[in-house]
Design a protein around this ligand. Structure first.
Ligand code: GSH
Length: 203
């Protein structure tokens, strides 16, 4: 039996980053499904609030220890479980990679904000929502112009594909004009860790 439990939905891009990383590292885990945002049962809401004071997923539980925030979880897994790594996953880190990860996380955060506001019928032309769209466009352009992104498969690439897939699934932003990102997506989308964690069709 696994020591690892992931609390989170099958739709969240942040949860998928953790699930796909576990797959890359050959780690088994149990997933406690919290349901898609806005469609959660009272039990699923309690599961989240009992484990994360910020009321967000994912949470990883390792031997009873909760770890919150997918980026912290990813660092924790890479530090604590490097030995079982059996494939070509690039676990190296550098400031440039950290910047790439920050931008990828930033555009996913902006996308989540826009998804939630749209679901609540908010005017999407309000200044801060317009800024969130500008942030996504600037972030996608920055990523598209980076010549190192996509050279190997590591956390930036894994997180990028999770973000791009989620943008498409939820119709958040059209990224088809970013040629390099389209190529990177095509190169890695069928990697086993990503194929095994695709967002289900029916949610
Ligand atoms: N920085 C957090 C962000 C997590 C996050 O925003 N998760 C979303 C689901 S994609 C969530 O739980 N949102 C609930 C809310 O905003 O109330 C992480 O990387 O884990």
């Amino acid at each position: 039996m696994s020591d690892l439990t992931i609390i989170g939905s099958y739709t969240s891009p942040f949860v998928r980053i953790v699930r796909a990383l576990c797959s890359e590292l050959g780690l088994d885990y149990e997933q406690q499904d919290t349901g898609p945002f806005g469609k959660q049962t009272p039990e699923q809401k309690s599961l989240i609030s009992n484990n994360n004071p910020l009321l967000k997923v994912p949470v990883l539980i390792d031997k009873g220890q909760p770890i919150i925030d997918s980026r912290v979880i990813a660092s924790y897994l890479l530090q604590n479980y490097p030995i079982v790594q059996t494939n070509d996953f690039d676990a190296s880190s550098s400031i440039e990679k950290e910047n790439l990860i920050t931008v990828i996380y930033g555009i996913i955060d902006a996308g989540v904000l826009r998804f939630i506001m749209r679901g609540q019928g908010i005017d999407m032309d309000l200044p801060y929502l317009a800024r969130s769209l500008e942030r996504m466009r600037c972030g996608l352009k920055y990523l598209d112009e980076n010549t190192n992104l996509g050279a190997h498969f590591g956390l930036p690439e894994l997180a990028l594909i999770c973000g791009l897939d989620w943008f498409k699934k939820r119709d958040i932003i059209d990224w088809s004009m970013y040629d390099n990102l389209v190529q990177i997506h095509a190169r890695y989308t069928d990697r086993p860790s990503l194929a095994a964690t695709r967002i289900p069709d029916n949610v």
